[in-house]
Design a protein around this ligand. Structure first.
Ligand SMILES: [Zn+2]
Length: 155
């Protein structure tokens, strides 16, 4: 990696390994304990742009990650109804289940019976699951229907 040097005008400069710009060294962050020539190999704007992109991707990933609650977790949330507030339930949940976060609005909807309302839900198939399954099923429609317990279908 190119080290910092004095250019023809006597400026202390360094070429960024990323954008290839030759910039004065005050455009570089210093390395811990003055490693190498004492400056990072990438200029500040490149490092900032990199960090920004990294954070953006990480935040996007976090947002996309939806966690499906297990029956045990849902049961635990239901037990808290009338004992704990929604907010406290969500907080206690992440303590009990190892940093898995549950959204207070999810707790609210569970308390209100809007989601995970019947205990036998795990044993039922939603119409969406059914359609999804059908698209993957290689047999005939009749065979597919025969392969599914229609009593369990929830519309
Ligand atoms: Zn750069």
């Amino acid at each position: 990696m190119p080290a910092a040097y004095y250019d023809d005008d006597g400026n202390w400069v360094k070429q960024c390994t990323k954008c290839k710009e030759v910039l004065s060294v005050d455009n570089y962050y210093q390395t811990p304990e003055g490693m190498g020539d004492g400056f990072q190999s990438r200029c500040r704007p490149c490092i900032l742009a990199h960090n920004k992109e990294h954070n953006r991707r990480r935040n996007k990933k976090r947002k996309q990650k939806t966690y499906k609650l297990t029956n045990k977790q849902v049961a635990w949330i239901k037990e808290q109804k009338g004992k704990l507030s929604i907010r406290v339930t969500a907080k206690e949940f992440s303590k009990k289940f190892w940093a898995i976060k549950v959204n207070p609005s999810t707790v609210q909807r569970i308390f209100a019976g809007k989601i995970h309302s019947d205990a036998g839900e795990a044993d039922t198939v939603s119409i969406y699951d059914l359609l999804e399954g059908a698209s993957q099923f290689s047999g005939s429609v009749e065979e597919y229907i025969d392969s599914t317990d229609t009593k369990k279908v929830k519309y």
